[in-house]
Design a protein around this ligand. Structure first.
Ligand SMILES: Cc1ncc(COP(=O)(O)O)c(C=O)c1O
Length: 325
């Protein structure tokens, strides 16, 4: 799938797919699986490394020598971009929303080790920083660089197709076990991962519900984002037949807001860790994990139905939460 697109191969693929036997037993699911995109490589991995294979392929095809991207202070996307830039011999410039921290920790600390140049914007929300990309690109060109701008979360068609291809990977792995997932549960932020999986399921004609657990935006807003990304990706790649996507978003696990801790988030982190040794992150995957636990306990997932928890990474952010210690 999408074999002809420019791509650099640095992610550890395929990522493992395995059973969550103990967690499944404790919440009454006999057929619970996890896909480990927290193991994609690039400085602790995560879903953005998979996207970056195509993004950097496109950047190299455009002769770029510098990757420029944006995100929140503890952005996993920015940290993985910094790691990939380092390994590809490219410069990396990160625009981060928020105050420069007095003591660097988590992803910010890793960005520094990875040699990325960080610029902090205390008054901007992460998505607003997308608007600053043009301005900084012009400045970098004046300095003689050839920059490539990656929007927040790599949420544009080049960053969506890698997750359509990931669906092919998931199918191939499940085929070996003579089964296929009926539900996939994952954390949704900018929506690109979910959009890609939905496109992949469509291209492979799979009957699977892909449930995005939004970590900050309302279900309505997230659905609109995913829908728009799917439409843009269909327009960009004619090999995707037009279709009317079914987009499932659950916004009941946002809790106190983006990146904010609450009892539910902490209990999900503990439950996954103590049953199966899986570490979730507080911003994204713990909310998706909490959703899985609640859905199973409420009987919304039937006991024998193959269910996939899609781990998208993010663990380095855990080490910026000193209040958890
Ligand atoms: C760990 C983790 N999970 C999930 C997501 C959400 O992915 P997407 O932006 O493709 O919706 C992100 C995005 O930053 C992330 O860092």
């Amino acid at each position: 799938m999408f074999d002809d697109l420019p791509r650099e191969h640095f992610a550890f693929l395929p990522t493992p797919l395995h059973r969550l036997k103990n967690l499944g037993e404790s919440i009454g699911l006999n057929n619970l699986w996890i896909k480990r995109d927290d193991q994609t490589g690039a400085a602790f991995g995560g879903n953005k490394t998979r996207k970056l294979e195509f993004v950097v392929g496109d950047a190299k095809a455009n002769k770029a020598d510098t990757l420029v991207t944006v995100g929140g202070i503890q952005s996993n996307h920015c940290r993985q971009t910094a790691a990939v830039a380092a390994s590809m011999g490219m410069r990396c410039i990160l625009l981060l929303a928020g105050e420069e921290p007095e003591n660097y920790s988590g992803n910010v600390l890793l960005n520094r080790f990875l040699g990325a140049e960080m610029k902090f914007f205390p008054d901007d929300a992460p998505m607003m920083l997308n608007n600053r990309l043009d301005e900084i690109m012009n400045t970098l060109i004046e300095f003689g660089l050839t920059p490539y701008a990656i929007p927040a979360g790599a949420a544009y068609p080049v960053g969506v197709v890698p997750y359509a291809a990931a669906m092919q990977e998931v199918k191939t792995q499940f085929d070996e076990h003579y089964t296929l997932p009926k539900k996939i549960i994952l954390a949704t932020g900018t929506g690109g991962t979910q959009a890609g999986l939905i496109i992949g399921a469509h291209m492979l004609d799979l009957d699977v519900e892909i449930i995005g657990i939004t970590v900050s935006r309302s279900a309505e807003e997230s659905e609109e984002k995913v829908k728009h990304l799917i439409e843009r990706t269909i327009d960009a790649y004619p090999e995707i037949r037009t279709f009317k996507p079914k987009i499932s978003i659950d916004d009941t696990f946002i809790g106190k807001g983006y990146g904010k801790l609450d009892d539910g988030v902490v209990s999900a982190i503990e439950m996954f860790a103590k049953t199966d040794g899986i570490i979730l992150d507080p911003v994204y995957t713990a909310k998706a994990g909490l959703a899985l636990l609640r859905m199973a306990l409420a009987g919304d997932i039937s006991a024998d139905s193959p269910t996939l928890f899609y781990h998208t990474g993010g663990q380095p952010a855990l080490f910026s939460y000193s209040e958890l210690g």
